[in-house]
Design a protein around this ligand. Structure first.
Ligand SMILES: [Zn+2]
Length: 350
């Protein structure tokens, strides 16, 4: 029995020393000094021993039981302290440490380009204005010389807005849609201002179309309108040459090609000599030496009429520049959908 006690002592000491877990300590307690523990079993067998041996072994067993209890509670305290230490370590707050720097934002490449475009036009006496993105059929089409059924409407397939019964009107003029171009603002502006007019209107317009690397259903556009008594195509061309030369920071040539828009007559496409290859031909200008950058024309008399002007007294031109295109050219962005993606990996490059 004495030998059994020795063995229990060795094993218990070792087990306690090697434990790193408070729950395991409790198991050790049960194993040695619990109701069915090894030591308890020995104490139960004492009654079978002769009297003197009973006392000696009994004393030793009791001492050992106390030792095990003591070692366990010591270890328990030790493990507790370590655990507290770990928590403290984790939650330690060094008030002298420099703070985490807040991330600073910067302007979106489209915003930057727009600011630059506006600066140039403002220096030429234009002012910036804007208008609603949800438009009525009247402002988006009819006032711009596209009455219901006009074939040109199919060039501007659009998003119509669902209207509830109360808002529904018999009058086609008031049907709501996402504007397909920014020109409605020209009419709104002319309704409330008298010539001379020199405005630019930056904004977003929408088309119902499938997206790909060079088409998005939403795009950034800037339109301009100049109205006065004697405004000619020559005035327009001079402004375009000046504008694009300043934007590209080199002298460019501008070419007008006949085109068609319902709200201008005559209408042109505006080609600018490629600023990258100086007109020699490169991948950006598809080897032509020219970049097609804007559409324009002399304001149609019917548009003046819709806005309440007498077309006999005024003349003017309007133009539209898609500047998502200018942005992707400047920064060499292969897919214009990235511009509206909000993807930080993309935006952080600018
Ligand atoms: Zn080129």
């Amino acid at each position: 029995m004495e030998q059994e006690l020795k063995k229990i002592q060795t094993h218990a000491r070792e087990a306690i020393r090697n434990t790193a877990d408070i729950d395991l300590l409790e198991q050790i307690r049960v194993k040695y000094v619990g109701r069915k523990g090894a030591l308890t079993a020995i104490l139960r067998r004492l009654k079978d021993l002769p009297l003197d041996g009973r006392k000696k072994i009994g004393d030793e067993a009791n001492r050992l039981a106390q030792e095990i209890e003591r070692l366990i509670s010591e270890k328990h305290r030790e493990l507790d302290a370590t655990a507290r230490e770990t928590i403290l370590q984790k939650e330690r707050l060094d008030v002298t440490r420099p703070g985490a720097r807040a991330e600073r934002g910067h302007m979106h490449p489209v915003t930057k380009m727009l600011a630059e475009i506006e600066r140039i036009f403002h220096s030429m006496g234009f002012e910036t204005t804007d208008g609603p993105e949800v438009e009525t059929d009247f402002y988006n089409f009819q006032a711009l010389n596209m009455p219901p059924g006009h074939p040109a409407r199919s060039m501007w397939d659009t998003f119509w807005l669902r209207q509830d019964e109360k808002q529904k009107t018999k009058d086609e003029r008031n049907r709501l849609l996402l504007r397909t171009h920014i020109s409605p603002v020209q009419v709104r502006y002319m309704e409330t201002h008298n010539p001379p007019i020199r405005i630019i209107v930056p904004g977003r317009s929408y088309r119902y179309e499938a997206t790909d690397a060079s088409h998005d259903f939403q795009f950034e556009y800037i339109e301009g309108l100049v109205v006065d008594k004697n405004i000619s195509v020559a005035n327009f061309k001079a402004i375009m040459i000046d504008f694009f030369s300043r934007l590209f920071k080199k002298q460019v040539t501008v070419r007008l090609r006949p085109s068609y828009f319902p709200f201008t007559e005559p209408s042109f496409e505006i080609d600018v000599s490629c600023a990258i290859c100086n007109g020699k031909g490169c991948s950006m200008c598809k080897r032509t030496g020219w970049l097609e950058l804007a559409g324009a024309g002399m304001v149609h008399p019917n548009v003046f009429k819709a806005a309440g002007y007498n077309p006999k007294n005024v003349q003017g031109f309007a133009f539209g520049i898609g500047f998502s295109r200018l942005v992707s050219m400047r920064y060499n962005i292969p897919d214009i959908r990235l511009l509206n993606s909000g993807d930080l990996r993309f935006l952080k490059q600018f």
